[in-house]
Design a protein around this ligand. Sequence first.
Ligand code: KG4
Ligand code: ZN
Length: 350
Amino acid sequence: MPTVLALETSCDESAAAVVRGNVVLSSEVASQVAEHAQFGGVVPELASRRHVEALPLLVERALHQAQLPLTAMDAVAATVAPGLSGALLVGSVTGRSLARLAGVPFIGIHHLEGHLCSALSGDPAPELPLLVLLASGGHTELIAMRSEGDYERLGGSRDDAAGEAFDKVARLLGLGYPGGPAIEAAARSGDPERFAFPPGRISLPGGGFHPYDFSFSGLKTAVLREVERWRQQGEELPVADLAASFQAVVCRVLVERSVRCAEDHGLNGVVVVGGVSANGALRERLQRVSQERGLALHLAPLVWCTDNAAMIGLAACRRFGAQQQSSLQLGVAPRWPLGEADALYGPPPF
Ligand code: KG4
Ligand code: ZN
């Protein structure tokens, strides 16, 4: 079992963890969310600066919690794509330096593979092939995983990511950042059927709709129109009902299209990962529908849904097990398809 020190700095969470095989020995996260909240979203320059400040101490704490020295690591891993360039660079340079210092391989990890491994490394391990629904602040994708490291994108959002829609709608409703947890809390006392918001469909050139693609920007505009209508009438905004109705339609389309995609492609299991998979209403709906349809459902434990370094370590242990390591010259990429994750283990593609 390899032991790996892993770093995550792709967005607004600085994190370090020590993972041995499928076991997380320590996981330290310093969230910058509260600081970015006053700007209503992530400020990239500020995120980089906070990673620079936080990372050394987080690394020390992760090793201390695991009761292991740096010299006990078999590899050092860091997220190298996708994400905010400046933020990724902090984790990348720290990871490559520590790997060099310890004389062990450096393993660059694709952030979305990290999210995926948060649900794949359970015991017993989910059986392949699987459909992956990845719903985070930056991505909403449906991916077929037929074997280890083999990813085929089958659909996804054409505009805003699901988490981004939660964040934008929360801002419209005056609920603050990050929007997901705020909307979920407000929705608890709301009526999900009060407003019929559009499910967001992508038209096909020959007629009909794309069965596995999503569009969340029209939904956000529909909420905006409703908010404006109430404001014009000078009435108090029905925040709970708006939040519940918005959340219900997002959950419905995510579940409906994932299930259809899995069934159409003969994939008997569904894995749901990323920040949005922490949503209780989504988890309940997934559980109910997958049971009805006879699909095996795998959800990441709640603590691993949002960004952390444990998931990066889990991914790195799998790559290490496949004898893969990255060049010390590997840089970072703000965008990089998950299907090209294998390229991180050859001559540097960026
Ligand atoms: O995976 P993540 O931590 O970071 C990215 O890689 O993007 O996802 C963050 C996103 C944010 O947009 C946040 O609003 C959303 O996940 N999120 C949620 C919930 N918790 C976090 N969305 C819906 N319900 C939640 N409980
Ligand atoms: Zn993430």
